[in-house]
Write a protein that binds this ligand. Structure first.
Ligand SMILES: Cc1cc2nc3c(=O)[nH]c(=O)nc-3n(C[C@H](O)[C@H](O)[C@H](O)COP(=O)(O)OP(=O)(O)OC[C@H]3O[C@@H](n4cnc5c(N)ncnc54)[C@H](O)[C@@H]3O)c2cc1C
Length: 509
């Protein structure tokens, strides 16, 4: 095991002139090993193993310490990657982990989940002529190493400001806001509809991409900071908006985008047609972490068809293989070039035996006499002109229908913000897709004490962009709270502060 000479944090960058770039360019790239595809389809363990410490140091040594650090600029939370890798290559793993933790509440997860090929690694100068530095895998290695060797440093005690904030949603956006505000001395209470906290990190992303204990550890950290986490309560259903607002000075809405889009075709309501979220949570989570309505086992589907082209659809096809399905087919209406999910995940799916039907769109769910799905009728597509996203628009080829047998059909064609918020908070301005409208710099909504971020504002996006929104929101909420002036009596939630805001509907809605 490598030594870790300097306790954290130790921020040092070499003088770039002292870095022998030519020698560093000669170092062959290293990647941690992966489970063999034939083995991994039989388990739910993570596909990638962690870097060996000595190999990680060699890989970090490939970083040429560019002064401009395009990797840092391309990272939505601006991780100081060259500093972290400089510490890492010297064996100062704690110092390196601390550098990642300065700008990210979830570095273990971002290292596993970010689409690095279009963020940090996509801008790595070394990557212009060779494989880029394995920034994501190094980030995961070093932060997991720290977890296994004493954990992140304990946070310094903070003086309470007497202010209190409610955070609705415990996904990455809510985590970032809650942690930053707690570290600034504000009391934070988080509300979560699912029985356990974590948002999509727990109720979506499968174990083979990222293990659940990592989520548990994060919430242990947050609770240790004094954050109250209330689970199994859906705001607007089990708890009213006015109850959430009672006694708090501001609210952050990090409710994500969990309403699965519909195919809009005949037979979609047949038995055996389910949404990606239902499929993923029923296949990935123990029943006790699910509400009663989702506890029935999925059984052992033999032929699974998944419709969609993003990260979610890739998680579904790969979960289907692990459930034992012999034939798993992904239907996507454009070509691979237009797919939005990670290249690495597509490669994994292909290795695991998933069949891809590109340029194909569903037209009808085929059912048996009992109303159960037995297949999917599709039609061939071709690409026309580019649409407003810049991607070429698919159009149907007449007379090109074909059928695929299926005993389970999973729809993974996109997520929207739940429309219920129109009733819960009618004064909150939303766009035509129900997304909350917030100032991009402050994440403040039209209701001055209500802030929002993550997928609820951007639509389905990324863990790291939700964190970045959380950072902007936390800074703005802190300013907002300080501008309120001193708290008259820093006491219990149901004090006069709460009354003041509950009474002023223009602030909290
Ligand atoms: C299957 C899947 C795979 C993905 N894979 C990747 C990946 O590999 N890499 C990547 O970067 N991104 C990935 N994403 C996207 C990423 O997970 C999201 O962009 C990110 O989680 C958004 O964070 P968030 O905090 O805005 O919302 P979420 O993570 O969705 O969290 C919102 C939380 O709010 C809760 N909530 C909603 N309404 C209420 C209410 N009324 N009361 C109380 N609680 C409420 C929800 O239950 C949820 O737990 C994936 C998404 C999915 C669905």
């Amino acid at each position: 095991m490598a030594d870790d000479p300097a306790p954290s944090p130790k921020r040092e960058r070499p003088d770039p002139k002292q870095v022998d770039r030519r020698a560093r360019f000669q170092i062959p790239p290293n990647r941690p090993p992966k489970q063999d595809p034939a083995v991994r389809v039989g388990n739910w363990d993570e596909v990638s193993f962690l870097f060996d410490p000595e190999v990680a140091k060699v890989e970090a040594n490939r970083c040429i310490q560019c002064p401009a650090a395009p990797c840092t600029k391309a990272c939505p939370v601006h991780n100081d990657i060259p500093s972290a890798l400089w510490l890492l290559e010297q064996g100062n793993f704690n110092g390196a982990a601390d550098v990642f933790r300065e700008t990210s509440e979830l570095p273990e997860m971002c290292g596993r989940l970010c689409p690095q090929e279009r963020l940090c690694e996509g801008h790595c100068v070394v990557g212009k002529n060779a494989l880029p530095v394995a920034i994501g895998k190094l980030e995961t290695f070093v932060t997991e190493w720290q977890r296994a060797h004493g954990g992140p440093p304990a946070s310094a005690p903070v003086v309470s400001t007497g202010r209190r904030v409610a955070v609705v949603g415990t996904g990455p956006a809510g985590i970032a806001v809650a942690e930053r505000l707690a570290r600034l001395g504000h009391a934070v209470v988080m509300y979560e509809a699912w029985p356990e906290p974590g948002g999509v990190l727990r109720y979506g992303i499968p174990d083979f991409k990222q293990n659940k204990p990592a989520v548990d550890r994060k919430f242990a950290d947050l609770r240790a900071l004094g954050i109250e986490v209330v689970t199994g309560v859906r705001v607007g259903v089990q708890i009213s908006w006015s109850t959430v607002c009672a006694g708090v000075d501001a609210v952050f809405l990090g409710i994500g985008a969990s309403e699965g889009s519909l195919l809009g075709i005949t037979g979609e309501d047949a038995e055996g047609v389910i949404t990606a979220t239902e499929f993923l949570v029923r296949s990935n989570l123990p029943p006790e972490q699910l509400p009663e309505s989702l506890r029935a086992p999925l059984g052992s589907p033999r032929r699974v068809v998944v419709v969609g082209g993003g990260d979610t659809s890739m998680d579904c096809v790969r979960s289907a293989r692990r459930l034992g399905a012999a034939e798993v087919t992904l239907i996507y209406r454009r070509t691979e070039a237009e797919m939005q999910g990670r290249i690495e995940e597509r490669k994994h799916a292909t290795e695991e035996g998933v069949r891809f039907e590109y340029l194909a769109a569903p037209v009808e769910v085929l059912c048996d006499a009992d109303g159960r799905v037995r297949g999917l009728r599709c039609q061939r597509m071709e690409l026309g002109e580019a649409d407003d996203t810049g991607r070429r628009r698919p159009r149907a080829i007449p007379g090109s229908e074909f059928d695929i047998d299926a005993d389970l059909l999973v729809t993974a064609i996109g997520y929207n913000v739940e429309p219920e918020w129109g009733q819960i908070l009618p004064d909150l301005v939303r766009d035509r897709w129900n997304r909350f409208v917030a100032d991009p710099e402050t994440m403040q909504t039209n209701l001055p004490a209500v802030f929002a971020g993550g997928d609820a504002v951007n639509g389905a996006d990324l863990v790291v962009t939700a964190l970045a929104d959380g950072h902007r929101a936390a800074a703005a909420i802190d300013r907002y709270l300080r501008e309120l002036g001193p708290v008259r009596s820093p006491v219990a939630p149901s004090d006069a502060r709460g009354q003041r805001f509950i009474g002023d509907s223009s602030l909290l809605g």
